[in-house]
Design a protein around this ligand. Structure first.
Ligand SMILES: [Mg+2]
Length: 360
């Protein structure tokens, strides 16, 4: 099989309900710029994925990925992931582009095999528990209101993205635990909003409140700061979400004792890079928690034994929940061959985006 076309389709989607992240980070845009990547072959099998960016993704697909991939065998993901890695040395690709071609190639491979991607990847479970991953709401009261809606919907786990203020965030973490009781899994994501001393303060609050994990309190450039945090806290520190260098850098976090769990996920690594991180983590009996929603991540979450949850964004109040999450807070990946994006090429060419599986 040979690759015969590498195409970029930019689409624009409205943001139905604007939302915020922590203080200091930009809020949601007015509209999403998304680029769909199509890789076509001489055997009539197409692979798809999308990148959450517009013009920059189109440029990198057309100027860099197309000449690299044309004529190649699409089943050779190990080779082609490495060729993109070599391209990265020259181009310094944004991490959201690093694994995009790889994900589309896995879509082709799974279609060629006649298997849904999660089965091809190893197949661990048919349904994955999802956690409600919040945007940043205005007040503690609003967070508790949203939490009530999430539990009523059926979620058994909630992750906070809060304000990035150590006292407010620590108080919120404890208020939420008091509100939902001991049985609900809670996680906290700092979105890199703290310095090491603030990170310790919030981490202790999450630890006392029995949170499952403490995620990315610091920018992920200081491995020594993360090691200090891991040494000082008993709660598992989840790190290496946004690092350049994929599994190579994740390995340095493990070696230094700077993470207790690793972030993985196709958005920043492709499927091949995600598997490498997950297997690296498994070598040390660590979990590899899949970052972000969407169908490729859902397949990955279902395929990995050492992943706990699927991340389902809950960005609005009243809550809107992505299609497919059942009343027990679980979600099943599609069982058709490939990733299962409902792509209609003519609609895509007309600028109409297929469903990415989460509300916008
Ligand atoms: Mg995160």
């Amino acid at each position: 099989m040979r690759i015969t076309a590498v195409e970029a389709y930019p689409v624009v989607e409205p943001v139905m309900t604007p939302y915020s992240w922590r203080d200091g980070l930009p809020s949601s845009p007015d509209e999403y710029q998304i680029t769909w990547l199509r890789i076509a072959t001489d055997e009539d099998l197409d692979g798809y994925t999308y990148i959450d960016r517009g013009a920059i993704a189109v440029d990198l697909i057309e100027r860099c990925l197309r000449p690299l991939l044309m004529g190649q065998d699409p089943l050779k993901k190990e080779l082609l992931w490495h060729l993109v890695w070599e391209l990265d040395r020259i181009e310094e690709l944004p991490i959201y582009v690093l694994g995009a071609a790889d994900t589309a190639l896995w879509d082709i491979t799974a279609k060629a095999a006649g298997l849904p991607l999660h089965v091809l990847l190893g197949g661990c479970r048919d349904a994955v528990p999802a956690y409600a991953s919040t945007a940043t709401f205005a007040t503690t009261e609003e967070f508790l209101e949203v939490a009530d809606q999430c539990l009523e919907f059926g979620f058994k786990a909630i992750k906070l993205h809060a304000w990035g203020n150590k006292r407010r965030d620590a108080d919120l973490c404890q208020a939420l635990r008091a509100h939902v009781g001991p049985e609900i899994d809670l996680m906290y994501d700092g979105s890199a909003g703290f310095d090491p001393y603030e990170a310790l303060y919030v981490g202790r609050a999450c630890e006392e409140a029995g949170y499952r994990w403490y995620e990315e309190p610091l920018r992920e450039f200081s491995i020594s700061a993360y090691r200090g945090l891991c040494d000082a806290l008993d709660i598992p520190v989840l790190a290496a979400e946004t690092v350049d260098g994929c599994h190579y850098t994740a390995g340095e976090f493990v070696l230094a004792g700077a993470a207790d769990m690793l972030r993985t996920g196709v958005d920043f690594r492709g499927v091949t890079g995600s598997l490498r991180v997950a297997h690296l983590a498994d070598c040390f009996q660590m979990s590899a928690e899949v970052h972000g929603g969407g169908l490729p991540n859902l397949h990955l979450a279902a395929a990995l034994r050492n992943n706990t949850y699927y991340e389902a964004m809950v960005l609005s109040n009243p809550i809107q929940v992505e299609p497919g999450i059942d009343p027990h807070g679980r979600i099943r990946p599609p069982d058709e061959p490939g990733i299962g994006f409902p792509v209609d090429l003519n609609s895509l060419r007309a600028g109409i985006s297929p469903l990415r599986a989460y509300p916008v």
